[in-house]
Design a protein around this ligand. Structure first.
Ligand code: VTB
Length: 344
């Protein structure tokens, strides 16, 4: 993949973030997700690539756009797998909480795990603790390994865990082991990403979240030299069938970085929608400008770029912003026209 693709991809996450940010705190997560998806989908049309969605908004019959199998880009090489989450943290945005972001990972065709929409047990750390964790080891051991790798006491290690009843026992064990905890309402992609940056104040992600989010997080950590291990958790025969279709017959198997994102040529981009530890959310400045804050990385070179962009909304063809947004906000279900194609 050419390096220019990374900058094209960040334009895509910027557009998704810009297009949904005005839904912050309005309690309407479906509309917010729809706005992010519409913005992202439209921008993909301009990207020079021959992409296929492998992680998206759902199966073809469930999602009008960015569905699994959808072709994206202008159709010229490189041939790539595309994983998207136009709005990672729909609840977060609906409530105006922390760490909602728009996310895309791109990698050569056939290298991203086509993770079905089911749960995945995960453990993730940044580069300094990579190679030291083990999903099958006891929580206490992982905490000690991370403390050792980061040259701190276990009592100073911060574990980030989704605040869910299913994690009650895990939370108790982390507390017993003496580590500190940050409970989050949603957004475990951001949580995994944050483990790679010491200023974010989180050291390790534990727990069960979405499998698609696991692949996106693995792409981010691959670029950063971090590590994520995951185990799919099919809950019924249909989900087991989906695992088998993906070539995973032994679902108990721990999926490692090479299983999740094969090779070393992934691109990951994320743009903050609401404020987070790493990325600031979208800021509207006056009536016609907005600022975005993004990260974009390539695993091949390990370059990590933070991009702050100021967008002139009077010149940018943003679907669903300004006037259209005002109408949608006050008049029930949102309709976001996307330019001439008229899709909603
Ligand atoms: C996590 C989190 C997501 O789903 O993967 C979570 O990162 C897992 O599902 O932001 P449950 O909500 O069922 O626990 C999200 O919260 C939403 O996709």
């Amino acid at each position: 993949m050419e390096r220019e693709l990374a900058l094209e991809i960040v334009r895509v996450t910027e557009m998704a973030a810009l297009n949904c940010a005005r839904w912050m705190g309005r309690g309407r997560k479906m509309e917010a997700d729809d706005a992010a998806t519409t913005g992202m989908r439209r921008m993909f049309d301009t990207v020079q690539m021959d992409g296929t969605v492998v992680i998206g908004e759902g199966e073809m019959d469930e999602a009008p756009m960015l569905y699994i199998g959808e072709r994206l880009g202008t159709g010229v090489p490189p041939k790539v797998d595309v994983a998207v989450d136009p709005l990672e943290g729909t609840n977060i945005l609906a409530k105006g909480l922390w760490n909602a972001m728009s996310v895309v990972a791109v990698a050569p065709a056939g290298t991203l795990l086509h993770a079905p929409d089911m749960y995945m047990e995960k453990i993730a750390v940044g580069p300094r603790a990579a190679g030291r964790i083990d999903l099958d080891a006891p929580v206490e051991e992982n905490l000690r390994a991370v403390a050792d790798a980061l040259d701190k006491d276990v009592t100073d290690v911060v574990a980030v865990i989704l605040d869910r009843p299913r994690h009650a026992a895990l939370i108790e064990r982390v507390r017993q082991a003496g580590a500190r905890i940050k409970l989050i309402s949603d957004g475990d992609v951001a949580a995994a990403l944050n483990t790679a940056f010491e200023d974010t104040g989180v050291d390790i992600l534990f727990g069960i979240g979405g499998a698609p989010e696991g692949v996106l997080a693995a792409a981010a950590l691959k670029c950063l030299g971090g590590e994520l291990q995951g185990r799919l958790m099919p809950e019924d025969d249909e989900q087991r069938r989906r695992c088998a279709a993906m070539g995973i017959t032994d679902t108990r198997r721990v999926l490692r970085m090479e299983d999740l994102v094969r090779g070393d040529d992934a691109i990951f981009a994320a743009t903050g929608v609401t404020d987070g530890e790493l990325l600031r959310g979208v800021r509207f400045i006056g009536k016609s400008r907005a600022k975005t804050h993004s990260i974009v990385m390539r695993s091949k070179t390990g370059t990590v770029r933070f991009i702050e962009a100021v967008h002139d909304l009077s010149r940018k063809p943003l679907p669903g912003l300004s006037a259209e947004f005002g109408a949608a906000a006050s008049a029930g279900p949102a309709v976001h026209s996307i330019g001439s194609s008229g899709e909603t």
